[in-house]
Design a protein around this ligand. Structure first.
Ligand SMILES: Cc1cc2nc3c(=O)[nH]c(=O)nc-3n(C[C@H](O)[C@H](O)[C@H](O)COP(=O)(O)OP(=O)(O)OC[C@H]3O[C@@H](n4cnc5c(N)ncnc54)[C@H](O)[C@@H]3O)c2cc1C
Length: 452
């Protein structure tokens, strides 16, 4: 039987999930980790990302948090406001977060998060990156494999075989489709009929506008809400860039979107979507340079019956894509990677059955948590986007009660009880403490089992 550290591990995808998984495995002593990424390099969409305490805890454990933190902005307060009037509906101070969870709530640039993880990976001789490779035709079994198809013309495809295959290939995951086909399960990606604009405005553009300069210099997350739409905004990159992310009905997508679900949006269409928002918000949107409006289509899928088949596991958006209202998509992919590494490092032996059981321990620790957060994010979106009527009145009554210090926050992201559930969970500790118990509960799954 081979040594645990020599297990051949292949990872498909070098997004936040794939990078974290590779680094966490290397830190646990695994020596053969190969990451296959379709893109030619790590070109990241220019956008902000929230760095919640549960994400920071994992990154700190991997030794990459301090560098990412140095470029991030510490969020001290959040304000939920009526988009049409800019009247404040709710205000939550976030100073307690660091005291309660050990890490501040920060926001940063995606490139900074991905870059920090990638730099961490590059210091590990065990990790090899293979860029410009599309992974296709995943085969399951005790030696899983896939065909690596180079994107460069003239280069020849080859089969990659390994002991453990981890698919971090995002919302359009081919591995997920093949796993479901193999298990005879029919479930697809669901349109949410919502889209998002991602916009960044550099500080020099706002230099003559004191009201907007105050926003970029602040440490506040602001959410402006209106019927079926909202904007969330905060400063990133040491307060030099103002990042805005919007959600609105997907009315601009008459045809199917491009391969990456990212299309350039039209500035005038964006201005129209927020036409009834207050003059300050419209002025802010108007500072976005023409041609720099990025539009994302938001998709999710129904919970999967399983994330693991034989010695293949799915992680991140491949198995639990979410709406962004809780800002937890990447954080959850990062938790997945840390838990997979913690579980595999506790394997009592390297037989295929034990590997499969350890992957199922990962699924047991992660699946219900991730799926609960996906549902919570969807519920928060429904509350934020209410049009006129009784439900909106009830939401606004809750916002009013909150101003007097009582009751839940309809914006779940800012609710202290929800935060406790999300930030208070130490995924690595749980895996380490419960591994033996969970591993002992797993039956040997018959090879080539089908769910239906
Ligand atoms: C509008 C919006 C705002 C968001 N805001 C936040 C936020 O504030 N905080 C947060 O935590 N999350 C946020 N998220 C979610 C977050 O971006 C995703 O959940 C996260 O990036 C998922 O990471 P991943 O590694 O699973 O997938 P991805 O980041 O999609 O990475 C998948 C990788 O796999 C590669 N790949 C795909 N197929 C193949 C193949 N066949 N072969 C080889 N490579 C392949 C892709 O090129 C890609 O690099 C937001 C999402 C959206 C849409």
């Amino acid at each position: 039987m081979q040594n645990l550290e020599n297990l051949q591990i292949a990872i498909i995808g070098a997004g936040m999930g794939g990078l974290t998984t590779a680094l966490a495995l290397a830190k646990r002593g695994f020596k053969s980790i190969d990451v296959y990424e379709n893109a030619q390099d790590l070109g990241f969409v220019g956008a902000g990302i929230q760095l919640a305490p549960n994400m920071a805890r994992v990154l700190d454990g991997l030794g990459v948090w301090r560098r990412i933190e140095a470029e991030a902005v510490d969020i001290t307060e959040t304000s939920v406001r009526d988009g049409a009037t800019d009247n404040e509906l709710a205000h939550v101070e976030l100073g307690y977060i660091e005291k309660t969870y050990g890490y501040k709530h920060m926001v940063g640039h995606r490139a900074s998060l991905a870059g920090g993880l990638y730099e961490g990976c590059k210091k590990q001789p065990a990790i090899k990156f293979h860029f410009g490779i599309n992974a296709e035709y995943v085969e399951f079994g005790s030696r899983p494999s896939f065909i690596a198809v180079p994107r460069k013309q003239g280069e020849v495809s080859f089969r990659v075989e390994c002991d453990v295959l981890l698919a971090a290939d995002g919302i359009k995951s081919l591995a997920r489709q093949e796993m479901l086909k193999r298990l005879n399960v029919h479930t697809g990606v669901r349109d949410t009929n919502q889209a998002a604009y991602r916009i960044m405005i550099h500080k020099d553009k706002l230099k003559d506008d004191p009201e907007l300069l105050a926003l970029i210099n602040s440490t506040r997350v602001t959410r402006w809400i209106g019927a079926k739409r909202h904007i969330i905004a905060y400063a990133v990159s040491n307060n030099t860039i103002y990042n805005l992310s919007t959600i609105q009905p997907d009315t601009n997508f008459a045809a199917a979107t491009n391969a990456t679900y990212t299309t350039k949006g039209s500035k005038s269409a964006m201005m129209q979507v927020f036409d009834d928002f207050c003059p300050m918000v419209k002025r802010l949107l108007n500072y976005v340079p023409e041609g720099e409006v990025c539009e994302w289509k938001l998709r999710v899928h129904d919970p999967l019956p399983t994330w693991v088949h034989e010695n293949v596991a799915l992680l991140g958006d491949a198995c639990h894509p979410t709406l962004p209202h809780l800002a937890q998509g990447a954080a959850q992919a990062i938790e997945d990677g840390a838990v997979i590494a913690a579980a595999l490092s506790r394997l009592p032996d390297t037989t295929p059955d034990s590997i499969n059981k350890a992957l199922r321990v990962y699924e047991k620790v992660r699946k219900s948590r991730a799926e609960t957060l996906v549902e919570m994010a969807a519920a928060s979106g429904r509350a934020l986007h209410l049009g006129d009527g009784a439900a909106k009145e009830e939401r606004d009554r809750q916002f009013a009660a909150l101003r007097q210090g009582k009751g839940p926050v309809p914006d779940k992201w800012a609710d202290a009880d929800v935060q406790r559930e999300i930030y208070g969970f130490d995924c690595i500790k749980v895996t380490e403490e419960r591994f033996d118990e969970y591993f002992g509960q797993m039956d040997n799954t018959p090879r080539d089992s089908k769910l239906a």
